[in-house]
Design a protein around this ligand. Structure first.
Ligand code: UFG
Length: 339
């Protein structure tokens, strides 16, 4: 069964391609390589013994996307990862974010409609909940006004899909990710941030390996037990497995509504200092960090209620925080040894 994975060369995409291929799916990747490295295709082949089919083009281009779908109308499902994802950059370059993240989705949905492709899994984010009033946050919590153009593209995308499923045979599953971290246990694929990382985990590992001098911890005056902000960190392989299950649910016609939303987290919240302590524990080294002021736009605390995903998808995140931080470290060491 043929599955299109857009952004399949990227961080979450590549881990998902591995899981799909290991379950026997035929994968075709479309990626414009704007934030990824072509070498990942060989890395995927090293893990799975299969090099996925790959086409390099930009899904923002309507004609190229139309042409692609004409040639691949036998696709049974699409997992759409391809998008820009840096919150700060989206504030500086909103049009770039709206154009890239929304045009590509519209072009994909059009291709699905024209070629009778029914199943779409969409990469969404817990950012749609903002700072929830109740924790843990369920899928029924109200969507709050987005803090950034990036977050807004996720909210608008969910609405675009919702409107589309109402008037076509297309079905959608939005997976709302909490904070994906870690790398494949083989350390053959992982996260490859370009430039200075925005996210906590790659900043920690790059500091420990000596690429960055010091980690700044953004704020210790939050209303949390140790004063630092709390997130629900989830291992990227656990996340990848949920995508395969979502595809299976769609192709086996197990959906209860034509558009469903699921939280993908572990259900546990950890503070920034707890993540640092886990990293120090599993790697047996001290991390150079200092407390600085809060980062604009950060929510104080958020973690997932995962009951709906656990019950409906029959999926549960399995890997502990220590396993996540250790796998991220092994990946950073592997990158350093390749230099
Ligand atoms: N943090 C630091 N120092 C750093 C980087 C991060 O202290 O150098 C802190 C942040 O302030 C936050 C926590 O670590 O408290 C996690 O920050 P990340 O940047 O790793 O993740 P975010 O929760 O800010 O962002 C993630 C995704 C976004 C998404 C957002 C939704 O990366 O795509 O969740 O809340 F929009």
């Amino acid at each position: 069964m043929k599955i299109l994975v857009t952004g399949g060369v990227g961080y979450i995409g590549s881990h998902t391609v591995v899981e799909l291929q290991q379950k026997g799916y035929e994968v075709i990747i479309v990626d414009n390589l704007s934030n990824s490295n072509i070498g990942v295709l060989d890395a995927i082949a090293e893990i799975t013994d299969i090099k996925p089919a790959f086409e390099e083009f930009d899904l923002v281009d309507k004609n190229l996307t139309e042409d692609f779908f004409k040639r691949h109308s036998d696709i049974k499902g699409i997992i759409h990862f391809a998008a820009y994802k840096a919150v700060g950059e989206s504030v500086a370059e909103p049009l770039m974010y709206y154009r890239n993240n929304l045009y590509s989705l519209v072009n994909i949905l059009q291709g699905m409609k024209d070629n009778n492709i029914e199943n779409l899994v969409f990469s969404s984010s817990c950012t749609v909940y903002g700072q929830p009033e109740e924790l843990p946050v369920t899928e029924n919590a109200p969507v709050q006004k987005a803090e950034s153009p990036y977050g807004n593209t996720k909210q608008i995308s969910e609405e675009v899909i919702l409107d589309t499923v109402k008037s076509t045979d297309i079905k959608g599953i939005a997976l709302r990710y909490f904070n994906p971290i870690g790398a494949h246990e083989s350390a053959i694929i992982g996260e490859l941030p370009l430039g200075i990382p925005n996210n906590l985990m790659p900043f920690i590992t790059q500091t420990a390996i000596g690429i960055r001098e010091q980690l700044s911890v953004f704020g210790d005056d939050y209303n949390t037990p140790d004063g630092t902000a709390i997130r629900d960190y989830i291992h990227v392989v656990d996340l990848a497995k949920a995508h395969v299950i979502a595809v299976e649910r769609m192709v086996n016609k197990k959906m209860k509504k034509s558009f469903e939303y699921f939280n993908l987290g572990t259900g546990n919240g950890y503070s920034v200092l707890e993540v640092i302590k886990s990293f120090e524990r599993v790697t047996e080294q001290k991390l150079n960090y200092k407390i600085v002021g809060r980062r604009a736009g950060d929510v104080e605390q958020v973690w997932a209620d995962t009951n709906f995903a656990n019950d409906e998808l029959g999926w549960k995140a399995e890997q502990s925080l220590d396993k996540m931080t250790l796998s991220a470290w092994k990946w950073e060491q592997k990158l350093a040894s390749n230099k």
